[in-house]
Design a protein around this ligand. Structure first.
Ligand SMILES: Cc1cc2nc3c(=O)[nH]c(=O)nc-3n(C[C@H](O)[C@H](O)[C@H](O)COP(=O)(O)OP(=O)(O)OC[C@H]3O[C@@H](n4cnc5c(N)ncnc54)[C@H](O)[C@@H]3O)c2cc1C
Length: 408
């Protein structure tokens, strides 16, 4: 892609590519009883279904990359397009008009791990992984949380001990989304147990197929198993795969976490929530004869208004990022407003559907909502819990006194 291309020429060649490689998206105004009634928040697929979806996503990612329409903003030397964010936005808008496979398997790798590699990895690691990540050849996961370290991530205990030009990693991670589909992971380890907890961490890129890595699925209460426990027994990582300086992993982790909130918020900037659009809720309310109920109407209006507010907050944050500024507390606000709106949605649906939410009557579009309601707690935890985000907003946005440190 020449770096002097005009937006008009870019649009023309992008449309040519999309028309030749994908079918136009058919807009269907969903009516009650039509199509799939799935509204789950977390993926609820079998391993076979996950692999099929990944294979389709991979084929599209490779086609798009080879045509020069992936990672438009990335540096050319690592496989990016070297263009401004305006081109990426334009392309996303154009691609949205076509039916392309869901790319959720790549969400963590491209939304969080790849930006961290670009910011902190050695040139060898950037050369080795950035292009395959963006081309969809490989999937990446985030190995941060442990049984004793979630919100308080800096308490993590998985240790990495230096052995010449390698590090030996031993410990356990948990809640690792997509580890079972991943080729690489971004892992945070303790490299100095004697330093204060934020000062003794180091980040690495680890090969998920290396000897000593064991992945065990965790089944969520909605039935699927989209995350895992991952055990590391004396796993060797080359020093070249270190992210940032030794014992400076906290800065690396912050890069990933900022991008995580941006990815969650950005994905929702369209005002959605799970797989559910507002139209589905309107149909539900109409179907159950509640469209004239003033309380239900008020609840519905609240959801629509708050969805728009969450969407605008996220767009504001995205605009800041587009100007080269770091994503700030808007990300925390965006994520919090989103999950608050999903809770409102759960409450509205529960009050309209009643017992059909918990007993499967076979009726289309009723029991299916149980997966949304049961998936909501996960959304309120992942990427920073509601309580922790409240603390961040209280302290960093409103300037309230800091939370007292717990007694050690
Ligand atoms: C769907 C999903 C996907 C995930 N994917 C990944 C992944 O891919 N990789 C990964 O590393 N992790 C992942 N996680 C883990 C996630 O990051 C942690 O669950 C999260 O950080 C919370 O940590 P915890 O579960 O240990 O809870 P804890 O931190 O133990 O929190 C327990 C409770 O205490 C509250 N609490 C904690 N500290 C405070 C405080 N200071 N003030 C007030 N209240 C507080 C919390 O809000 C929560 O209600 C995922 C989680 C979910 C739900």
């Amino acid at each position: 892609m020449p770096d002097t291309i005009s937006e008009q020429d870019f649009e023309r060649s992008a449309l040519e590519f999309l028309e030749a490689s994908a079918e136009p998206r058919v807009e269907s105004r969903q009516s009650w009883g039509e199509g799939s009634d799935q509204v789950s928040i977390l993926p609820e697929r079998t391993l076979e279904e996950e692999i099929t979806e990944l294979t389709e996503a991979r084929a599209w990612a490779q086609t798009r990359f080879d045509a020069g329409f992936s990672w438009l903003t990335g540096p050319v030397e690592y496989g990016g397009g070297g263009l401004s964010r305006d081109f990426q936005r334009l392309y996303n808008e154009l691609e949205g008009r076509f039916a392309t496979p869901p790319m959720s398997a790549y969400g963590i790798g491209l939304g969080m791990v790849a930006p961290t590699i670009l910011a902190h990895a050695t040139d060898e690691v950037k050369q080795r992984y950035l292009k395959p990540l963006w081309r969809g050849d490989i999937v990446a996961c985030q190995l941060f949380s442990e049984p004793g370290a979630g919100s308080d991530l800096a308490s993590l205990q998985t240790k990495a001990v230096r052995d010449g030009e390698q590090w030996i990693v031993t410990g356990q991670k948990v809640w690792t989304s997509g580890a079972h589909l991943s080729e690489i992971g971004e892992i945070m380890c303790r490299t100095n147990p004697d330093a204060p907890k934020h000062k003794g961490l180091t980040g690495f890129v680890v090969d998920m197929h290396a000897p000593g890595v064991e992945i065990r699925p965790l089944r969520q209460m909605t039935g699927g198993a989209s995350f895992n426990e991952v055990f590391f027994t004396e796993v060797r990582i080359p020093d070249s795969h270190r992210l940032g300086d030794v014992n400076e992993g906290w800065t690396v982790a912050l890069t990933t976490l900022m991008n995580e909130r941006a990815a969650i918020g950005g994905g929702m900037a369209s005002g959605g929530g799970g797989n559910m659009g507002t139209q589905r809720l309107i149909e539900l309310v109409r179907h159950f004869g509640k469209a004239d109920d003033p309380l239900v109407r008020q609840q519905l209006a609240d959801i629509i208004i708050n969805g728009r507010v969450a969407s605008f907050t996220n767009l504001r944050a995205m605009a800041k990022i587009a100007q080269g500024q770091l994503p700030g507390p808007e990300m925390s606000i965006g994520k919090l407003t989103l999950t608050a709106n999903m809770r409102r949605t759960s409450e509205l649906v529960a009050s309209v559907i009643g017992p059909r939410l918990v007993a499967d009557s076979g009726e289309w579009g009723t029991y299916a909502w149980s997966k949304f309601v049961l998936g909501l707690p996960g959304m309120r935890i992942a990427g920073g819990t509601d309580e922790v985000l409240h603390n961040i907003i209280g302290e960093r946005v409103l300037g309230l006194p800091k939370e007292p440190a717990p007694n050690k």
